[in-house]
Design a protein around this ligand. Structure first.
Ligand SMILES: [Zn+2]
Length: 94
């Protein structure tokens, strides 16, 4: 069982959350938005995902709680949750 520490609600069962994907992907600039060809930055941003084994940052939404978006650091091999923070408080990667 995965339990996720929500900064607002405390330690909660993962069934209260929805997994929303890789939190390490950076959005390309909007001026490239018209290029959807294979291999473009937008195509990669929307469709290409790694499937890492080990420690990874993921977006989770606490839909059955405070409805906050979180960045959860989790070991994908053991399901150990190492850290969680509000998505709006994380440092933006460039
Ligand atoms: Zn919460």
């Amino acid at each position: 069982m995965i339990r996720i520490p929500c900064p607002h609600c405390g330690l909660r069962d993962h069934s209260e959350f929805t997994y929303l994907g890789d939190a390490t992907v950076s959005r390309p600039p909007d001026d490239d938005a018209g290029d959807w060809t294979s291999g473009s930055r937008w195509s990669h941003y929307l469709y290409a995902r790694d499937n890492p084994r080990g420690i990874h940052e993921e977006f989770w939404h606490h839909g059955w709680g405070c409805r906050a978006w979180l960045v959860v650091t989790r070991n994908t091999a053991t399901h150990e949750v190492i850290d969680s923070k509000l998505a709006r408080e994380r440092e933006v990667q460039s």
